[in-house]
Write a protein that binds this ligand. Structure first.
Ligand code: MN
Length: 402
């Protein structure tokens, strides 16, 4: 029996080299990699058409992408930038859209089959839900969606009979390790973490770090929010919750280990003592291609591991005192309800405050801890409770730190 990944129904996956895709957040680090992968697949006989792209502000990159991929529409979140884009670039037959209702319309259209969600943060939730309700296949690079609403997303995927494939490198690794396995034979899932820029620093040293120090990630080149999340290790905390929902496994069986080289992207230990791991150079193009071609593997010319020059692969236990955010994420995951929403919202606000020099690095965890302590959650929560909780936390914290 195949491993039953709740969100991924292998038997129902249509094998097709032709697809129409929409990309949310195409100018970000993942979005740019996605377009490179699409280009590379199309050179290998795939026919992936890009139907629409969305961006917040970066209209220069967006216009380059439009030239290369000729989508039917672009959505630009910032109204000023949308206007500037229309004036500056005169693309024939391109619809330039702006405004939340226009985004929802775009998502509900039936001219595409796959939505790639590579926006950052809570803003990924609503469009993902809309797309599932329109029976689109989801390729998900936005972890916050599963963190706050994994249970509800699972229900919707079943109800609307569609699939969700993870792009996050750790979850892609787990999916690859679990393919062909029986779910009942899993002992535990282990997510690897680079440990970020502060792995070897003391709490005292971290306490006085600058925004610049925190943005120096040793292995991955990513956007600011996820880079700070990596420095606090909240990123791994969010990934633990993401794994819980993707693979339908209790968080007590999802472990984290620091692996500074970021070569092993995660592993699964089975009941017989065997361990399966997925390895690769730290390059998001590999998990992106796997998500786009799943359940198949396709030849690629991406960088390879050079085992002769791989000096060592080392592992360390994470220090939960130093990386308090990781501990808080486990606690929120165990409490369930809207606690993960509180964790996520207070983290998003706190990271922003830190990036704007309003709080210190260690205060990020303090703010999240306090919000989790004062929160109470309903046992049976609906999507409205998630939106309400998210709004409440943002409002409270923004007022407090004005
Ligand atoms: Mn990751």
């Amino acid at each position: 029996m195949y491993f039953e990944v709740r969100l991924i129904f292998l038997k129902e996956m249509k094998v097709t080299k032709t697809s129409n895709i929409g990309i949310l957040g195409s100018t970000g680090s993942i979005g740019r990699n996605v377009l490179e992968v699409i280009n590379s697949l199309n050179r290998k006989g795939y026919e992936i058409k890009v139907k629409f792209l969305t961006a917040n502000n970066n209209i220069e990159t967006l216009s380059d992408q439009v030239k290369l991929f000729s989508p039917e529409s672009v959505y630009i979140e910032n109204p000023g930038k949308a206007e500037e884009f229309s004036k500056k670039y005169e693309f024939k037959n391109l619809k330039v859209l702006c405004g939340q209702d226009k985004l929802e319309e775009l998502i509900r259209r039936d001219n595409y089959d796959t939505l790639l969600v590579s926006v950052v943060g809570f803003s990924g939730l609503k469009p993902t839900i809309e797309a599932i309700k329109s029976r689109k296949k989801i390729a998900l690079a936005n972890k916050e969606t599963l963190v706050v609403a994994g249970t509800l997303i699972n229900k919707l995927l079943n109800e609307y009979e569609t699939v969700l494939i993870p792009i996050d490198s750790e979850h892609s690794a787990i999916l690859q390790c679990l393919t062909g396995e029986d779910k009942n034979t899993i002992k535990r899932i282990v997510l690897t973490a680079s440990g970020g820029p502060f792995r070897t620093k003391s709490i005292e040293e971290i306490g006085t770090c600058t925004v610049e120090d925190a943005l120096k990630h040793p292995n991955w080149n990513m956007g600011n929010k996820i880079t700070i999340d990596s420095a606090t290790m909240m990123n791994k905390g969010l990934e633990v919750i993401e794994a819980k929902h993707l693979f339908n496994i209790d968080v007590s069986r999802v472990h984290v280990i620091i692996h500074p080289q970021s070569i092993i992207h995660s592993f699964v230990e089975f009941i017989d003592g065997s361990v399966k791991a997925q390895l690769g150079v730290p390059d998001m193009k590999i998990p992106i291609q796997y998500a786009l071609t799943y359940p198949h593997r396709i030849q690629s010319d991406f960088r390879r591991i050079d085992f002769n020059n791989l000096k060592d692969l080392s592992f360390e236990e994470p220090d939960f005192k130093k990386f308090k955010c990781l501990k808080l994420a486990y606690e929120a995951a165990e409490k369930e309800g809207t606690y993960p929403t509180v964790l996520n919202a207070s983290n998003e606000v706190a990271v922003n405050l830190f990036l704007n020099n309003k709080i210190t690095f260690l205060e990020i965890a303090d703010i999240i801890e306090e919000q989790l302590e004062i929160h109470t959650s309903k046992e049976n929560f609906e999507i409205e409770d998630i939106y309400e909780t998210d709004q409440k936390i943002r409002k409270n914290l923004t007022e407090k730190h004005r």
